[in-house]
Write a protein that binds this ligand. Sequence first.
Ligand SMILES: NC(=O)c1ccc[n+]([C@@H]2O[C@H](COP(=O)([O-])OP(=O)(O)OC[C@H]3O[C@@H](n4cnc5c(N)ncnc54)[C@H](OP(=O)(O)O)[C@@H]3O)[C@@H](O)[C@H]2O)c1
Length: 264
Amino acid sequence: MSARHVTLVTGASGGIGADFARVFAYHGHDLALVARSKDRLEALASEIAATSRPRPLLIVADLTEKDAIDTVAAQLQAADANVDILVNNAGYGLAGVVTGLDAQDELGIIDLNVRALVDLTLRFAPQIRAAKGGILNVASIAAYMPGPGMAVYYASKAFVRSFSLALWQEMRRDGVTVTLLCPGLTLTGFQARANFKVTHSMARFAGASPMEVAEAGYAGLVAKRRVVVPGIINRIFIIIVPLLPDALILPVVAHMQGLKAKSM
Ligand SMILES: NC(=O)c1ccc[n+]([C@@H]2O[C@H](COP(=O)([O-])OP(=O)(O)OC[C@H]3O[C@@H](n4cnc5c(N)ncnc54)[C@H](OP(=O)(O)O)[C@@H]3O)[C@@H](O)[C@H]2O)c1
């Protein structure tokens, strides 16, 4: 029996990741889905299977745990599945003054957004290279600026951006596409997890739905684009922001993140 060739999507139990699963399935990809919430993964797998697509492989794992990537790799191997495309989507942030937040929770952001993303990339790079497949890394427009009020999250996404661009350069000679996806504010479970209050004026900027973000990421990967930023306002934002001095950007971002003037 020949190996199953899958698109591995992390953080697929909700938000943008669940819509990535729907979009890739719609375009005929066989899937392996990772998250901690077994029930939500099973409901999504049933939804996809009901559209006459193959039922996705489900891997219930907490990717912040040190041996999580071993678990993912072992379960794929047990199912005789090779990863052709990797979608590093799982991630979270925490709003607040960095020194006032729970330190373990903050370090968990690095474990998930950075460490797991790199570990998965290194682990499956040989299979992706053999398939001349692709890697879709989800960062954020936060990758383009420092983030007082969400400092570790913004820094983690700056890492994802830098790493992904370097990987694009290194892997293109192998025929592997690396696409960096930088969404702006998108209404998902992210805001509740981050304890981040979305104001009315911010909600107006939440121009893209999770499905639109997932579709933009998929289209960018297929078109072999290096960077995808959904939404015209977000595209203008990331061009202008790096041109401005830190002295201006820092208080503006702090205000956007809801920091009170006294803590700026
Ligand atoms: N929403 C936005 O405004 C926005 C903007 C820019 C970038 N992004 C990025 O988009 C990506 C997806 O976020 P989202 O908005 O869809 O957030 P979401 O709705 O909170 O979904 C996050 C996903 O990650 C999974 N996850 C969280 N912790 C995990 C862990 N320890 N191990 C394994 N899976 C874990 C969650 O599933 P379980 O809880 O079941 O594990 C869920 O499936 C993230 O990288 C985020 O930084 C979001």
